[in-house]
Design a protein. Structure first.
Length: 184
C-alpha cells in the first residue's frame, strides 16, 4: 500500500484480516484473494483508461474470487472484460465504455463502476440474461463500499451470491469471512 492510495483503514484492516485467515486456511482455495498493484502498473493502467477508484482499490486488493458466482476482478482480468461495456442491440441498458468500467461478475452478470459517479452498478438478479434487464441497480456507492458492505459482510454476500442455506457451511468465501472474524 502506498501513501498515494486513499484507501480507508477499514478496507486495509479487512483485507489484512482476510489475508491472515487465508494463510491459515489450507482448505480454502489460495487464489481467493489477489495481490496488490504497484504504483508503476497503476499509473500505466490509468493512462490506458482504467478509473482511478478501481486502481486505488487494486493497490490494496487486486481482485477477489468470492465463490463460484461472485468475482471482483483484478486489473489484468478487468482489462480483458471491458467488452461487457459495449452497447448491445435492443438492450435498454446504458452500456458505454466511456461511462462504465467492468469490475467483476455476480451470478453471470457483469458488475460495473460508473466512471462519472463512482457507483457500482449491475443487474445480478437477471443472471446470464442481464442484457434484457430494464435498468442497472446501484449495488453500492463505490467500489470500496461494494467490497466492504456487500462482499465482506456475510449476510449481504449470501444474498448477492444466492448462497442456498444448505450450502452455507461449504462456501469457501463464507468460511474465510468467519475465520477472519467478519462473520458469525
Amino acid at each position: 500500500m502506498t501513501s498515494a492510495s486513499p484507501a480507508s483503514s477499514r478496507l486495509i484492516a479487512t483485507v489484512d484480516a482476510l489475508r491472515t485467515a487465508l494463510a491459515e486456511s489450507p482448505d480454502v482455495l489460495s487464489f481467493t484473494l489477489g495481490g496488490t498493484v504497484d504504483e508503476e502498473t497503476a499509473t500505466a493502467a490509468e493512462a490506458d483508461g482504467a478509473p482511478r477508484e478501481f486502481l486505488d482499490f487494486c493497490r490494496v486488493l487486486d481482485g477477489a474470487s468470492c465463490g463460484p458466482s461472485v468475482q471482483l476482478f483484478g486489473l489484468e482480468e478487468a482489462e480483458e472484460h471491458q467488452f461487457f461495456c459495449e452497447p448491445v442491440v435492443d438492450s435498454a441498458l446504458p452500456l458505454s465504455p466511456e461511462k462504465l468500467f467492468c469490475v467483476g461478475m455476480a451470478n453471470e452478470a457483469p458488475v460495473f463502476l460508473d466512471r462519472a459517479g463512482g457507483g457500482v452498478l449491475g443487474a445480478p438478479e437477471a443472471g446470464p440474461d442481464w442484457v434484457d434487464a430494464e435498468r442497472f441497480d446501484q449495488l453500492a456507492p463505490g467500489l470500496e463500499a461494494f467490497f466492504l458492505e456487500r462482499l465482506a459482510t456475510a449476510a449481504e454476500y449470501r444474498r448477492l451470491a444466492l448462497v442456498d442455506d444448505d450450502l452455507v457451511e461449504y462456501d469457501d468465501w463464507l468460511k474465510l469471512l468467519r475465520r477472519a472474524g467478519l462473520a458469525d
